[in-house]
Design a protein around this ligand. Sequence first.
Ligand code: ZN
Length: 161
Amino acid sequence: MTPLSEPAIRASFVNCTKGEATRLALPRDLAERSWADLDFLGWRDPAGAERAYLVAESGAGLLGVALRVASQAGRARRSMCSLCLTTHIGDGVSLMTARKAGPAGRAGNSVGSYLCADLACSLYLRGKKNAGRRLDESITLAEKIDRTTANLAAFLQQVLA
Ligand SMILES: [Zn+2]
């Protein structure tokens, strides 16, 4: 993806208040991220374990979503990310919940999905980060990226719906 600036990231959030978007903690390594390897920007709040964020390019422009990370207690020891389909052992996958955008969100509605706990789906797909195990698949990297992007678009659509 195209490298993003801090103001562009902060302006992209659709499911939190302007104040929250102004205050949320951005990745500390924004300048050093390998943007060419990213299908979306995702990060855990460096100051708070229960928050995560993702920002993606969409047909409607940049789309940022604030997520709440569920506690890991009692979770299965192996699970799969619903975006990139990487299987993690241990706590590598977390249930993340996004408040819906607009009135639906203010009414308390949210959508949840199991995602790579570090939101580094793009790097797992490209083999730049090792999760220990991936599905044996005969499809190409480009096809896996397309599938991940489609899964992400479907998730973002639910947040916007
Ligand atoms: Zn993933």
